[in-house]
Design a protein around this ligand. Structure first.
Ligand code: NAD
Length: 271
């Protein structure tokens, strides 16, 4: 599994992770165990997903040493004013001593508490209970404010990113500031995107499925992607992306699919 270096000293993140949004609590342990057996070493959960217990159980019961696994969880919107307590609750649900990455899930600018939350998260990082810290769904304005008013630059910003929403401006801003881009809904949630004729053409050319073509595109752009599936065959399919290469023409064909089209909420208004 290819890993990328974070701006936090020595911390590396496996470039492909397993996302568990909408994986029911009582299926999460099994789903994560299936993913670990298939070769994933990075799991993306959140307090809001309601399945941290199952994720933690699979990590604890895995035969893999903890240091070989990368676990991300996120601070929910209602908890910006009590970030440290909410982090402790997440850690207790996971049953772990530390997480590899802790993110602010959404900026919720109308609440205006993300700077306060970040200062508490900086303390969690300094205490070593989160090996790296970052944001999710932050815009350039939110990140700029955070960098102006706090000490630590986020190591990652996890944003909606797929061929229909390519986020070029955000990616350039991240790169200029040493922030890694992480793609959520990397497959555009499946329907629609994966039926696009441009992907069918590349699928025929490369002998790979449309989902594999899209994930390979993410990897070659140099960011992290966290596809979700509850189906063991697709969990395995989505990690089978390290044995082929898209050429410049293929990358350009996917680059031309951008529609600037969000599936999820707008970070400026979502609460
Ligand atoms: P995704 O793009 O990963 O799509 C998942 C869906 O695509 C599946 O439910 C399935 O229907 C389909 N699919 C998966 N593999 C397939 C395959 N090989 N062939 C055909 N169809 C396939 O969307 P997602 O679940 O929204 O996002 C992935 C992860 O990103 C989440 O689980 C979560 O961890 C994270 N996420 C974060 C945020 C955030 O606000 N930070 C928001 C949404 C998702």
């Amino acid at each position: 599994m290819n890993s990328l270096m974070l701006n936090t000293d020595g911390v590396q993140i496996p470039q492909l992770g397993y996302g568990v949004w909408q994986v029911p609590a009582d299926e999460a342990a099994q789903a994560v165990t299936t993913a670990l057996k298939a070769g994933y070493r990075h799991v993306d959960t959140a307090a809001a997903y309601g399945n941290e217990e199952g994720v933690g159980q699979a990590v604890r019961e895995s035969e893999l040493p903890r240091r070989k696994l990368f676990v991300t969880t996120k601070l929910w919107n209602a908890d910006h004013g009590r970030a440290e307590a909410a982090f402790d609750e997440s850690l207790a649900r996971l049953g772990l001593d530390y997480v590899d990455l802790f993110l602010i899930h959404w900026p919720v600018p109308q609440q205006d508490k993300y700077v306060q939350a970040w200062k508490a998260i900086e303390k969690i990082y300094r205490d070593g209970r989160a090996k790296a810290i970052g944001t999710s769904n932050f815009t350039i304005a939110h990140l700029t404010r955070l960098m102006n008013e706090t000490d630590i630059v986020p190591s990652i910003n996890q944003i909606e990113l797929h061929p229909y929403l390519q986020q070029r401006e955000m990616r350039a801003f991240h790169e200029a500031n040493g922030i890694l881009t992480e793609a959520w809904s990397p497959l555009g949630q499946g329907q629609g995107l994966l039926d696009d004729p441009a992907l069918a053409k590349l699928s025929d050319k490369c002998g790979k499925t449309p989902a594999q073509i899209v994930l390979r595109w993410h990897l070659q752009l140099g960011h992290v992607a966290i596809p979700k599936s509850a189906n063991p065959a697709r969990i395995a399919e989505n990690i089978g992306v390290f044995d082929f290469i898209l050429d410049a023409e293929d990358m350009a064909a996917i680059g031309a699919m951008n529609r600037g089209q969000r599936i999820g909420p707008d970070p400026d208004t979502f609460d």
